[in-house]
Design a protein around this ligand. Structure first.
Ligand code: ATP
Ligand code: MG
Length: 263
């Protein structure tokens, strides 16, 4: 009962942060548009700070919802390859800022399947932000996608891996990193802000999507987080344009066509 009460209070407080924060952000946006010089720069700082808190508040709110079992799933059939490429592209600016070489590769050109876009984007974003955050400048982050056929059954799975050449995680900490608020303290690398809820959210999302997440890591060499998802074709098909940098990927699928895709 106490646990439930704590969880509810936590969700309510988090929720209450959102409205004033949105107002602060909106006003700072107007100031930065209409003012010049130092005032404009300071307003931009307020926007950046508010965005950071808003992101954290949303992560906490999402985690409370997941823990309460209060998250409806919305699947759509879409091209997973284009979607993962698009999400990776969103991190190009951050990677460049941290002098990290970020790239995407896929064993298959196209894979139309049921995708819970919000949860998958949330999971990938957390893995990508970790990979970039915990990799020193000059390092590499590779996102790769491969399709697995399980010989014993007719089931198919897809694996999305986020691999980095960063600081790695000590073996005795590997089973703890998915626990809420757990962080491995490493004083050698700056810019390591965080609250320790990113990976908890990833593992909860993967459970909801009937998939799994595993990690392989070697301190000083790097880490690889692998998401495994079932390949199914039950949802409505969507038509979408993914915009990543200057590239547009137009994906049009009908439900029947998508069943016959061979990769
Ligand atoms: P946030 O809530 O902002 O995501 P966080 O990044 O510290 O904070 P998690 O994403 O849950 O929290 O990760 C938990 C811990 O696992 C991190 O604090 C870090 O010590 C370790 N970790 C996660 N990903 C990596 C990685 N790619 N390389 C090295 N360590 C990692
Ligand atoms: Mg994180």
């Amino acid at each position: 009962e106490l646990d439930l009460l704590k969880s509810k209070m936590y969700a309510n407080i988090t929720h209450e942060f959102r409205t004033p924060l949105t107002l602060i952000r909106g006003n700072a946006g107007e100031i930065s548009e209409h003012q010049d010089g130092e005032t404009r720069e300071k307003a931009k700082c307020i926007i950046q700070g508010s965005d950071k808190i808003l992101f954290l508040v949303n992560q906490m709110l999402n985690l409370s919802k997941v823990e309460e079992g209060n998250v409806p799933l919305h699947y759509l059939q879409t091209d997973l390859v284009a979607f993962v490429k698009f999400v990776t592209g969103e991190f190009q600016g951050y990677a460049e800022m941290r002098k990290i070489h970020l790239h995407f590769e896929s064993q298959v050109e196209r894979l139309v399947m049921d995708v819970e876009k919000e949860m998958l984007e949330g999971s990938l974003s957390n893995l990508l932000s970790n990979a970039i955050k915990y990799t020193p400048g000059g390092g590499e982050v590779i996102v790769s996608l491969r399709r697995l056929a399980l010989p014993e059954t007719s089931d198919h799975q897809v694996e999305i891996s986020v691999r980095d050449t960063g600081i790695g995680i000590p073996a005795d900490k590997l089973d703890k990193i998915f626990i809420r608020f757990y962080r491995v303290e490493d004083l050698q690398l700056p810019c390591q802000e965080g609250t320790g809820i990113g990976l908890t959210l990833v593992s909860e999302y993967l459970k909801l999507m009937k998939g799994s997440v595993r990690v392989i890591s070697s301190p000083g060499k790097g880490s690889e987080f692998v998401l495994t998802l079932p390949v199914t074709h039950n949802a409505e098909a969507e038509e979408i344009i993914y915009q990543s940098g200057n590239t547009f990927h137009k994906v049009e699928e009908s439900k029947d066509d998508s069943r016959t895709i061979e990769c």
